[in-house]
Design a binder for this molecule. Structure first.
Ligand code: CP
Length: 324
């Protein structure tokens, strides 16, 4: 029987060897990673935090789907920890000549790449690679289909904790295309592990999730109910690249009027509620531009936290690698 991702990511001593999913990562380890990430944050205008903890290591960024934030932040995180970072340009790589993903991985292993950071549109690719790499190599999931985006989940958790660390008394509302969102999945896993008070998922019926994938959450189809007294509101874009047929999905104006996170709809939430978005944003569709740029928005803080969280994960994986 195949190990599931949650157990595959730990070594025989229970240490984190790969990061494939936030499923199976307990509250202690989540907290340790967030605390470590906090240590990499510096004041605005100051030089970024640096160490040499990954000196001599090589990180391969293998993004088989587009990315700005995740790819750039893994690149910066690795360099700021002293590693060599290889960004494979998939569009000009030999994958285009028919080379398999495993042959690509074996080629990079032969060049002594130790940490493979992988984004892919298909289910199960990071775990498939993790099952096939050499014992000294680690795999980090940088976004997998609609299944998992664990470092995004960690940076979202850190951003929420900075607003209010009392997870048990927080109402978090995620609004948008929940059905196709790996961001919602990883956020849900992390928040539930931390014992969040209430997690609400709000979307039009055509983009509603299968409730069995999100146990313990409340699913709503309107903003008035979904945002009522929320402490945290996270807007998600419509994942057009994962939707075969847009039938039933409201047009832009109707979508924004009914599901847009806006100054108007935020009146339902608590007065001090924060507004989050993982990016990339489609202003005027799932979020009002001036709200995204306003004082309640923590969108750029999420991006800053993304580098710190990826440094924390890479540092931990590197230390476990060195101790092997
Ligand atoms: N949030 C996120 O994954 O953004 P990118 O697709 O730009 O990496």
């Amino acid at each position: 029987m195949k190990q599931d991702d949650a157990t595959l990511q730990f070594d025989e001593n229970g240490n984190l060897r790969h990061l494939l999913s936030l499923k199976g990562i307990d509250a202690t380890l989540l907290t340790d990673l967030l605390d470590a990430a906090e240590g990499y944050l510096t004041t605005p205008g100051a030089l970024p935090a640096r160490s040499q903890s990954l000196a001599g290591r090589t990180i391969g960024n293998l993004f088989f789907e587009p990315s700005t934030r995740t790819r750039a932040s893994f690149d910066l995180a690795g360099r700021r920890l002293g590693a060599d970072v290889l960004n494979l340009d998939v569009n000009t790589s030999s994958r285009k000549k028919g080379e398999s993903i495993l042959d690509t991985i074996y080629t990079l292993e032969a060049m002594q790449v130790d940490i493979m950071v992988v984004r892919d549109a298909s289910d199960g690719v990071p775990a498939y690679i993790a099952r096939n790499v050499k014992d000294h190599v680690s795999v980090l999931n940088a976004g997998e289909s609609d299944i998992s985006h664990p470092t995004q989940g960690l940076l979202d958790l850190l951003t929420i904790r900075q607003h209010n660390p009392d997870f048990k008394n927080l109402v978090v509302a995620i609004v948008g295309d929940i059905q196709h969102s790996r961001v919602a999945m990883s956020a849900s896993e992390a928040l539930q592990t931390m014992g969040v008070g209430e997690l609400r998922l709000i979307s039009p019926p055509a983009l509603a999730p299968d409730s069995s994938r999100f146990p313990g959450t409340r699913i709503a189809d309107n903003l008035k109910d979904g945002l009522k007294d929320a402490d945290v509101v996270m807007a998600l874009r419509i994942q057009r690249e994962r939707i075969g047929n847009l039938d039933g999905v409201p047009g832009i104006d109707e979508y924004f009027a009914n599901f847009g996170v806006s100054h108007e709809s935020m009146k339902y939430a608590k007065p001090d509620a924060i507004v989050m978005h993982p990016g990339p944003m489609n202003r005027g569709i799932e979020i009002e531009g001036s709200l995204a740029d306003g004082p309640s928005s923590v969108v750029t803080k999420q991006v800053t936290n993304g580098v710190a969280v990826r440094m924390a994960v890479l540092d931990r994986i590197g230390k476990i690698m060195s101790a092997r």
